[in-house]
Ligand binder design. Sequence first.
Ligand code: 9D3
Length: 247
Amino acid sequence: MVFDVLTLFPGMFKSPLQESILGRAAKQGLLQVRAHNLRDWAEGKHLTTDDTPYGGGDGMVLKPEPIDRALTALKDQSPNAKVLLMTPQGTRFAQQHARQLAQEEGLIFLCGRYEGFDERVRQSLVDAEFSIGDFVLTGGELPAMVMIDAISRHLPGVLGCSGSAESDSFADGLLEYPQYTRPAVFKEMAVPQVLLSGDHCKIARWRREQQLLRTLQRRPDLLDQVALSEEDKKTLERLQQSLESDS
Ligand code: 9D3
């Protein structure tokens, strides 16, 4: 996934997204963050990106034309990208949005500072508006980074184990998986081999399957109230079929 960011402070994006898990994912080519300076699309001797508000008042307002030119250029490269406006008035960003936005081909984040955007940017150039919570920051850059982090965890291969990002958010509402400790064999009952394998991804998948199996067998009523991932639903179908064919 390509994340394009339009900001007056592209330098803010240099370090935080190049460390740790996202840095590794970027090196592997799983994601790319490109920060662009809005000023590159400004015109005139002073390369102005903002102006005083019509009707008077404090502060400045970001002009629509540089944003329009910038978005046209970025959309030319990624025609299917969604444009997301970072603003305190936006929809409160939550895990469900992280999961949904990870399905997009590309995302363009539009970051403002204290001043805010000309209303016509919202009206004609933007697909969605997001806030990350009810507190006042100095700009949309940190919110964009927070969203990029939360979305990236859902991209295939970014976390080590497939499905582990999904299980995180669906951890509650199911019965627990079975636990074992030493000895490896007790009264001729062996600990499941997978738990001795050292393969953390395989173990996580097995535990998730056990949770679903136990809930299906002992508390099927709970399954109606739990939000299941697509992978969970497939696993559950498979478990249901094998239970039916056993009986
Ligand atoms: C004068 C009214 N202010 C709105 C509360 C103006 C204003 C304050 C701060 C306009 C922009 C900003 C900068 N913040 C963001 O751009 C921002 C933000 C935030 O401050 N908190 C949570 N999420 C977000 S997303 C973008």
